[in-house]
Ligand binder design. Sequence first.
Ligand SMILES: Nc1ncnc2c1ncn2[C@@H]1O[C@H](COP(=O)(O)OP(=O)(O)O)[C@@H](O)[C@H]1O
Ligand SMILES: [Mg+2]
Length: 258
Amino acid sequence: MLTEVTAVRYVTPLREGGSLPGLVETDDGRGAHATYVMKFTGAGQGRKTLVAEVICGRLADRLGLRVPGLAGIRLDPVLGLGEPDQEVQQLLKSSGGLNLGMDYLPGALGFDPLAFEVDPLEAGRVIWFDALINNVDRSWRNPNLLVWHGDVWLIDHGASMIWHHNWPTASAAAGKPYDATDHVLARYAPDLAAAAADLAPRVTADLLAEVTADVPDTWLTDEAGFDTPDEVRRAYAETLLPRAKSIHERITLEGAAK
Ligand SMILES: Nc1ncnc2c1ncn2[C@@H]1O[C@H](COP(=O)(O)OP(=O)(O)O)[C@@H](O)[C@H]1O
Ligand SMILES: [Mg+2]
């Protein structure tokens, strides 16, 4: 389960990406305040973005990749009333209830491939992980990597696992190859064989049950074709499990000299 906190102040939008995440101050109910990057259920891409963030974020963490910690953030839409920006006000109004928070990494910089070296082992691990979740959002144009305290951190997994938009075709879609030609880390001679040998055996049914259990029920209810949230969780796990076993054979890196 995710830790849950309550939003007490909307600080500012983070306008870089498309989903209009915002910086939010929260209270844990015992008076401890913290700052989170908040992603909203009412944002254009909807709650599946948040489901993908939780499953992929928790999975990355359990595989030893650096990702910001996650929390559920309860939002009272009243918080939007004082917002001068119409777009933000609308977003807050339509996102009452549980939303997603990520630990804010203060002072983190966007990853610049010309200014930062990544070793082949780490590059391989990140690309293998992105292939597993079919992440199309880690290109050199839009890396979704932050550099913080000298390390690379992974953010923004909302556009991964495209198959969850069409469950009847999910197993076929999940069998497809991964084109890493445009991947921001493709230029660092990624050691995919080492990554697969280390990470693939760790993506077990138990681990997938654990990370999918962290998705709040409210984001999984009333999914067409499923009776319960647990059935949806199993569908995610049953798609990722076979993909983990064989995806390293289907990652394209050719022509990656960028
Ligand atoms: N945990 C974080 N700590 C610091 N800055 C962040 C964090 N998460 C996101 N950001 C900043 O906000 C921007 C948008 O976030 P992102 O998750 O990429 O959302 P999207 O691209 O869907 O709008 C990032 O490019 C980054 O600059
Ligand atoms: Mg982004």
